[in-house]
Design a protein. Structure first.
Length: 365
């Protein structure tokens, strides 16, 4: 996607919707073409327990139209052994590191380089002839329930109610997106990115949380409607160029993890969405606590059905991730460094106690 098309999408559409303030924000300079980044993860395990294992998510191994060229290197101190490996099922790639000696320093530095470019599917036009096509087997995989994303019971009845009267996957997915935007709430006190326990959220009528809660709700409702959908787990690596202070992070990105979502529509392929970021704009965009009617919120709501600004790197689409060699059960998803010692699992949401630090920087073309 070139700069002119992205500007037309994020700026002109907003102006056409009578959003002059948001249109000005969206017309901030947008990088054309591919941008290169370097992401560094430094981990120094503080837990004194013996036999330490850690698992570090790394960028997609396979190139996509919006992310490519991922290369990962590492250095391990303290006599540890490291290897790139994948979890079974969704092919979640990670670096697995192990130290049998609790007295060693137990530190690792992981460096990933990759390129990204802004992503947009033009839903105002008929499906393009060269749209990406997914295999039937992959589509079936992204219709299945997971531990925290069931597709029956209250999830199914809620999805049926929201999509009633809407024809076609594109229209039904849009109805689900609008419902999620209007009925959820981003909660600043939620740890990390949330958990994404969709049945609990609907049963308790507790539709609060962060991106892994809000976007997982969209994914589960879409799957319950027969629409292939998936979460995309990753990390913000640069400031937003679209005028949104809340939708970017550069430099120290230790706490910049972010889950996005996609759904599949025949003819268009995978379509990016991000209802959670609409709610993030509402809560965090200055001056804060913006209503749905605010111009910036309305602009984000239009933009984030069909587009992602790629100041973000994608890791994987995995759920119920089995960490190779782990003594404990699966994790709901792999977006943070995870670890365990003989004394138990380390707290992946406590970077100071773990401890780990992530930094990003742009690279020259």
């Amino acid at each position: 996607m070139d700069r002119r098309h992205f500007l037309r999408f994020s700026g002109a559409l907003c102006a056409a919707s009578a959003l002059p303030q948001a249109a000005r924000a969206a017309q901030a300079p947008v990088s054309a073409g591919w941008r290169a980044f370097e992401l560094t993860t430094y981990i120094s395990v503080k837990d004194p327990g013996a036999h330490t294992r850690i698992w570090i998510p790394v960028p997609y191994a396979t190139d996509t139209p919006y992310q490519r060229g991922a290369q990962t290197a590492w250095q391990v101190d303290g006599g540890g052994a490291a290897r790139l490996t994948q979890a079974p099922g969704y092919g979640v790639q990670m670096l697995a590191v192990e130290w049998p000696d609790a007295q060693a320093q137990r530190a690792v530095t992981v460096t990933s380089r990759f390129q990204t470019r802004n992503r947009r599917v033009d839903l105002t036009q008929p499906p393009p002839a060269d749209a990406e096509r997914e295999s039937p087997a992959a589509l079936r995989e992204y219709l299945k329930p997971t531990t925290l994303l069931p597709t029956d019971g209250i999830v199914k009845t809620t999805a049926d109610r929201i999509t009633r009267g809407h024809q076609g996957d594109l229209a039904r997915a849009r109805a689900l997106y609008e419902w999620v935007v209007e009925n959820t709430c981003r909660t600043a006190s939620t740890r990390g990115c949330g958990v994404g326990d969709v049945r609990y959220m609907l049963t308790a009528n507790d539709l609060n949380g962060k991106c892994a809660d809000i976007n997982s709700l969209f994914v589960a409702l879409a799957r319950a409607s027969g629409i292939p959908a998936r979460d995309a787990y990753g990390l913000r690596v640069a400031d937003s160029e679209l005028g949104y202070k809340s939708l970017g992070k550069a430099g120290d990105v230790t706490k910049a993890q972010h889950c996005r979502a996609e759904f599949y529509a025949a003819g268009y392929g995978w379509i990016p969405v991000d209802p959670a970021d609409v709610r993030k704009v509402m809560l965090e965009e200055p001056p804060g606590e913006l209503p749905l009617t605010d111009a910036k919120v309305r602009a984000a709501r239009v933009m984030l059905f069909g587009a992602w600004e790629m100041n973000w790197v994608a890791y994987n689409h995995g759920h119920d991730v089995v960490l190779p060699g782990a003594s404990h059960g699966p994790v709901p998803f792999l977006m943070y460094p995870n670890g365990e010692t003989a004394d138990g699992r380390l707290d992946s949401l406590d970077p100071d106690g773990f401890s780990y630090r992530l930094t990003s920087r742009p690279l020259s073309a």
